[in-house]
Design a protein around this ligand. Structure first.
Ligand SMILES: NC(=O)c1ccc[n+]([C@@H]2O[C@H](COP(=O)([O-])OP(=O)(O)OC[C@H]3O[C@@H](n4cnc5c(N)ncnc54)[C@H](O)[C@@H]3O)[C@@H](O)[C@H]2O)c1
Length: 256
């Protein structure tokens, strides 16, 4: 039986998660809600967000704030974060989780599809952070930004050059923002997950053969669950990590 931490500092904290309806994002909506945080999120997947809210409500937690937003629309993304903060009465934590890891051939990639890939995997993290920094500065108590990169940013596998490039870009963005907004008490850190077993990964890529190969490469021969990544995100959002910023954290069972 596993037993996970409770973070008193997360109770009442205003937390916004991009791409929160499914996968790791949904695990974070759930985990932060369990801590008593005031959670907001956005996604394209409205039905999944509704099911998640029903499930949380049935378990006795508050329904999370949700809006259907395409994060490639920077104005709509920023408006959602600001509207959430206005309704919640403040803003302390942003988790830049949204991504799209669709595979593509480098030699067949058009300028438009490259730009779309950057928009969903990199640009939105910048513009969401822009909105968050304004709100955190206005609050006067700092805040925490947690970005989701990937071990693919450092391993550089075949078949996903846009995703790999964007995820590596997030590492640089983390450094730039952590340095610039540290004096405001805003911490910026990045999580690099290995292969986390979400429904999307099971449906699209995590075949028994691929999983057997993965298990040969890692130290810990167990699946990484969405909750494992959520646990690290909560630590990086909580006061327990108050002097940690400008860092990258790998959670991959020892693959890298
Ligand atoms: N699952 C893994 O194995 C893995 C490994 C390494 C890194 N990561 C990273 O962790 C984070 C979460 O991973 P995941 O597997 O849960 O992601 P995912 O791709 O399954 O889900 C992301 C969420 O974003 C939503 N979304 C996609 N495009 C959107 C858009 N344009 N606008 C709004 N919402 C949109 C999806 O509907 C989904 O709910 C991502 O940043 C991912 O790159 C995941």
């Amino acid at each position: 039986m596993r037993a996970y931490a409770t973070y008193p500092s997360l109770a009442g904290r205003r937390v916004f998660i991009t791409g929160g309806a499914t996968g790791i994002g949904a695990a974070m909506v759930e985990a932060f809600s369990e801590q008593g945080a005031v959670v907001g999120h956005l996604d394209l997947a409205e039905d999944a967000a509704g099911a998640l809210a029903d499930q949380l409500q049935a378990a006795g937690y508050a329904r999370p704030w949700f809006r259907r937003v395409d994060v490639t629309d920077a104005a709509a993304l920023k408006a959602a974060i600001s509207d959430f903060a206005a309704e919640a009465g403040g803003f302390e934590v942003l988790v830049n989780n949204v991504a799209n890891d669709t595979r593509h051939d480098p030699l067949e990639t058009s300028q438009d599809s490259w730009r779309r890939c950057m928009a969903v995997n990199l640009d939105c993290a910048f513009f969401a952070s822009q909105a968050a920094v304004h709100l955190m500065r206005a609050g006067g108590h700092g805040g925490a930004i947690v970005n989701f990169s990937s071990i693919n940013a450092v391993l550089g596998p075949d078949g996903m050059p846009g995703y790999v490039t964007a995820k590596a870009g997030l590492l640089g963005m983390t450094k730039a923002l952590a340095r610039q907004y540290g004096p405001d008490g805003i911490r910026v850190n990045t999580i690099l997950p290995g292969w986390v077993v979400t429904q999307r990964q099971l449906d699209l890529w995590l075949t028994p053969k691929a999983e057997a190969e993965w298990m040969e490469q890692v130290c810990l021969k167990e699946r990484i669950e969405p909750r494992d990544a959520a646990n690290l995100a909560m630590f990086l959002a909580a006061d327990d990590s108050r002097m940690i910023t400008n860092q990258h954290f790998i959670i991959d069972g020892g693959r890298v």
